[in-house]
Write a protein that binds this ligand. Structure first.
Ligand code: FAD
Length: 384
């Protein structure tokens, strides 16, 4: 649902110009330094990019899902690390509060997330629980008007920069499954909370992740999201349901950029006396990539529109995340192939994107977990 086509067009044009003129020229610097330059972060704040999805009453732009998808596609034509620094505030780092937070919690944190003054992270994964997130063991023991939290969270995006964490911990020590999990807002400055060294990753340099270590961290009881124990896993799954459509959009944006690079190279590079783009075997790689990209973009927009219409899109979101993240992997692989030896060299953007996009098939639910979600939803719908 596009609410006001004129002002939305302006927003997309502004993002596209920012990507073209400010982000793409700094990609190599980001890869070399493993950080987003401070002046770029400041510009993102001024443009309101940290609050794209946060409701307007809390200082954000309150984009609909369809608008969010189009904005994400525009933004991720630059290296995915740029999107990552603001990605958690627009997604997994704020959605728990947006969906299930109390009014006081929303008032306290959402405006600062929307402005980018505060970075929000989402801490679900642990050393012993990834896909099986419901088995997490980080404990939150009630002690008067506080909880005492102990445990370790792993691979947490933007943990080194974060001011707050939406953190899932087990409040019911007797439980072993998702029913005993609650979601908390944990402030970075709380004594006992420390951040591990940034992870050394395959790609997406500039987008940092790290362990979050909690040793007797005392969190006020008023920081249980929604004020109710035992709802944390449901909150986390609602967050991921929406975020998966965003990852599909991000995959589409990256695929557009990668295919642009491959197409340009196919025009410029000559072998056997002609541009390699004239060879039908190279054309087949371009055509397959374009076809799959078009399919992924169409299905992602369809899921977004359905969500805006109030439909439950758990299955569609998983279909989009599965297909689009696998699609961008194939597109990146073909782009390296079209570049020949140059595609294996770090000087080429496609080499970097090839590594960067590998992540999309892993986080916010691996491809196998998306397959399970899709099949379960199919069976549930058929049994109704
Ligand atoms: C760079 C990065 C950033 C991340 N950021 C965050 C973050 O901000 N917050 C957060 O909470 N987490 C984050 N994660 C964690 C991410 O969501 C998990 O890595 C992911 O969910 C997979 O969990 P795992 O790594 O433990 O793999 P595992 O669950 O151990 O899976 C290993 C393999 O087994 C397969 N598998 C597992 N269970 C099944 C099954 N039932 N059926 C079939 N196959 C199965 C998986 O698909 C995979 O192929 C991040 C990860 C990375 C790499």
């Amino acid at each position: 649902m596009i609410r006001d086509p004129e002002s939305f067009k302006l927003l997309i044009e502004t993002i596209e110009r920012f990507v073209r003129e400010r982000l793409i020229p700094r990609e190599e610097e980001v890869a070399d330094t493993d950080a987003i330059p401070a002046d770029i972060v400041e510009e993102m704040r001024r443009m309101g990019l940290f609050g794209l999805t946060i409701p307007e009453e809390y200082g954000g732009l309150g984009l609909t899902m369809e608008e969010e998808v189009l904005a994400a596609i525009a933004l991720t034509r630059a290296a995915p690390a740029f999107r990552s620094i603001m990605g958690t505030n627009n997604g997994i780092g704020s959605l728990g509060l947006v969906f299930d937070g109390t009014e006081a919690q929303k008032q306290k944190y959402l405006p600062r997330l929307a402005s980018g003054e505060l970075i929000g992270s989402f801490a679900l994964t642990e050393p012993g629980s990834g896909s099986d997130a419901g088995s997490l063991t980080t404990s939150a023991r009630r002690n008067g008007d506080h909880y005492v939290i102990n445990g370790t969270k792993r691979y947490i995006t933007n943990a080194p920069q974060a001011g707050i964490f939406t953190l899932m911990a087990r409040t019911d020590a007797q439980s072993k499954d998702a029913s005993g999990v609650s979601a908390f807002i944990v402030e970075r400055a709380t004594p006992g909370l420390s951040i591990g060294k940034p992870d050394r990753k395959m790609g997406q340099r500039g987008a940092q992740s790290a362990d979050v270590i909690l040793e007797n961290v005392r969190v006020p009881a008023e920081n249980v999201i929604g004020g109710v124990e035992g709802m944390g896993f449901k909150t986390a799954m609602k967050v991921l349901d929406k975020a998966r459509i965003n990852i599909a959009a991000v995959s589409v944006g990256a695929a557009i950029r990668i295919l642009d690079e491959a197409l340009q190279y196919a025009i410029d590079r000559r072998q056997f006396g002609q541009p390699i783009g004239e060879f039908q075997l190279v054309q087949a790689m371009l055509a397959d990539s374009q076809t799959e990209l078009y399919a992924a973009r169409s299905m992602t927009l369809d899921a977004a529109r359905r969500r805006d219409d109030g439909e439950s899109v758990t299955m569609e979101a998983a279909c989009c995340k599965l297909y689009a993240s696998e699609m961008v992997g194939r597109v990146a692989d073909r782009a390296v192939q079209i570049h020949g030896g140059a595609g294996y060299m770090q000087a080429s953007a496609v080499e970097r994107f090839y590594r960067d996009v590998r992540l999309f098939r892993l986080y916010e639910g691996t491809s196998q977990i998306q397959q399970l979600v899709i099949a379960r939803q199919m069976l549930r719908r058929a049994r109704r």
